[in-house]
Design a protein around this ligand. Structure first.
Ligand SMILES: [Zn+2]
Length: 91
């Protein structure tokens, strides 16, 4: 079995649509992916399609997290800016 490093960059687990097992066997030199749990055979494309919803959910989760982090940083920046101006007193 050849290792494809690109597959491990994306931390998305592909699950069998029949039994939900994450143990899928990728046959060499073939688009066929076989579920070790129930023996169901799918093409790579079918598997991606079946897992499409969960991949979308995963992407949305990451986006949400990123937006929150950016917002937090921006809020901190604003707070600091306002804190500075409060220290300025008109005599
Ligand atoms: Zn299965």
């Amino acid at each position: 079995m050849k290792l494809n490093p690109e597959k491990y960059n994306r931390k998305i687990t592909q699950l069998c649509p029949i039994c939900g097992s994450s143990e899928m066997e990728h046959a060499e030199d073939s688009e066929i992916v076989k579920c070790i749990g129930c023996g169901k055979e799918l093409t790579n494309d079918e598997l991606i399609q079946e897992n499409g919803v969960s991949i979308d959910a995963h992407v949305n989760e990451v986006k949400e997290e990123l937006t929150k982090d950016i917002q937090k940083q921006f809020n901190d920046m604003l707070k600091k800016a306002f804190k500075g101006s409060k220290n300025i007193r008109i005599k």
